[in-house]
Every structure is written in C-alpha cells, then in structure tokens.
Design a protein around this ligand. Structure first.
Ligand code: PAF
Length: 288
C-alpha cells in the first residue's frame, strides 16, 4: 500500500521502516502535474529499487519574481492516483510551510554551473533547486535519486552538489520522453495556447537536425546560429537562449566539437518558457 506522507516526520518514519528491512531506496523528486515523462522516471526507479519514494512539491524558492509559481499546474489527486497505479511505496507531499520554515537561512550554491546558461535567464533558480533537493535528500536519505535529462543543467548542478557535499547518493539521469511530434514532455506544455502547442515541435526538429550537422563537422558557432534561426523562423517562437557546451562539464567549446557536446535551448511561446536539449556526437574520425 502506498504511504502518503505530508510531514518530514511521517516521511522519515516510513523510510526508517524500509531501511530496517534492508531495502534499497529510490527517490524521484517532482513538482507534480505528472505526465508520461515523470512516469517513465518512476518506472525506472520501480525497476531499479526495492522501495520508491516520489516527492511532489512545487518549490517556491526556485521561481523568480514574475515567474509562473502561482500558475504552475497542480493536480495532487490525479498525481496520487497515477503514483498509486505505478506501485510507488511512498509519496512525500508537504505544504510549503513544512519545507521552508521561518528563520531558515542556509542555502546550497553551486556557483559556476548555476550562473551560466539558464541561470542567466533565471537568477537564483538553481540555488533554489539545489537547496530544496538537498533538503529532500536529507529527509528521505535515498540510495539513488532519479532526474530527467531534459533539465540537463539541473542534473549537472545536482551531480556536482552530491559530489562536493559527499551526499553518498547515486544520481541517475533518465532520457527525455517526447510527444509523438517530438515536443519534450513537460508540465508546462499544458499551459501552451493551442497555436503555440502546434508550433513548439520546431524546437526538437531543429535540435535533431543540428545533431546531423554536428556529425558533418560544423563548428559550434555555425550550429548555434543555425539552431537559433531555424527555431526563430517560426513567428510564435521567442528564442531566449541557444548554447552549445561540453556535454560532461558544460564548459564552452571553440571550433567543431571533438567530444560529445550538448545543445541547450530555451524558447518562449506566449508566457511559457520551454527548455530542451540534445546531446550531439562529434564527427567520427574513422568515417570517410
Ligand atoms: O525538476 C523539477 O521538477 C524540480 O526542479 C525539482 C528537482 C523537483 C526540485 O524542485
């Protein structure tokens, strides 16, 4: 039976019981409004761990002023039904006041990885993410935690934090799940106007094409301009960022990539900011 825990105490008690059984515990942190992308992550966790906890918490400290915290989709009853059907052992569904308590002042900062790329568009976002994920890790104390690769920079920030602060938790990245037309699944897709939803697959088409150009030896400058122009050719798309970085370190690259690189994009449709990513392989030196 799925345990619903609304307080830290309830969550700790549930995990304590599972630990006493010797279970290997997986955590899937989410902000709810679950879709197939989340459920694929839950399935991975279910297959790889003896006990699976999913947290559902829309974390206010990772939203900037004027961002979509107030209108972020929320549907806890539906989330709980989906998680129950997926055979999850525990759900952590706290109120904001349970997590962010008066007098708190400690934050987790991963400075280099947090200030670049999406961090420039959303100052303070990754501080909020790292801090709440550290808190979730301390409450649940999982053996392994799962995150989607769609949020590529977030995954890099969390891996760094876990390594630097010796959390001793394995971090598993799960490949992006896409709609049949290529749009990366995201809770924010539900907020797209129908015309924007129809236009949004332009992002993935551009990224997939860029991967082909990279294999043909294009430089990152050329690839970046091409991706930007190709997405911007759709009048509904407001391209906010296109970056190509080393896939392992997120360091900038010059010339043509000689190791796997990642294209990271942020595009606004109306008032909805979508992000996506594509890892690109360098040209194969063996091929003619
Ligand atoms: O990716 C998300 O849904 C959130 O950033 C996370 C990791 C649950 C932290 O609030």
């Amino acid at each position: 039976m799925m345990r619903l825990c609304r307080t830290r105490e309830e969550m700790r008690l549930a995990v304590k019981g599972w630990r006493a059984e010797g279970a290997f515990i997986g955590l899937v942190p989410t902000m709810g409004a679950l879709h197939d992308g989340h459920m694929e992550i839950v399935r991975r966790a279910r297959a790889g761990c003896e006990r699976v906890v999913v947290s559902v918490f829309v974390n206010p400290t990772q939203f900037g002023p004027g961002e979509d915290f107030a209108v972020y989709p929320r549907d806890p009853d539906r989330d709980l039904a989906m998680l129950n059907a997926a055979g999850v052992d525990g759900v952590f569904l706290p109120e904001v006041a349970e997590i962010h308590r008066p007098g708190a002042e400690t934050v987790v900062e991963v400075p280099r990885l947090s200030r670049m790329l999406m961090g420039r568009l959303r100052p303070g976002h990754f501080r909020g993410v790292a801090t709440v994920v550290a808190k979730l890790f301390n409450i649940v104390r999982p053996d392994r935690a799962y995150f989607g690769e769609k949020d590529y920079q977030q995954l890099a920030v969390i891996r760094r934090m876990v390594e630097d602060l010796d959390f001793g938790i394995e971090i598993a990245g799960v490949p992006t799940i896409r709609e049949p037309d290529g749009l990366a699944m995201s809770s924010r897709n539900a907020r797209l106007a129908p015309e924007d939803r129809a236009a949004a697959p332009v992002i993935h088409r551009a990224l997939a094409e860029a991967a082909r150009h990279a294999r043909a030896g294009w430089t990152v400058a050329r690839l970046r301009a091409w991706v930007r122009d190709s997405i911007a050719s759709n009048p509904r798309a407001d391209v906010r960022a296109v970056d190509i970085r080393d896939a392992a370190t997120l360091a900038p690259i010059r010339g043509a990539p000689s190791a796997p690189a990642v294209v990271l994009v942020a595009v606004r449709f109306g008032d909805v900011l979508l992000i996506d990513q594509q890892v690109i392989d360098p040209p194969d030196p063996e091929s003619p």
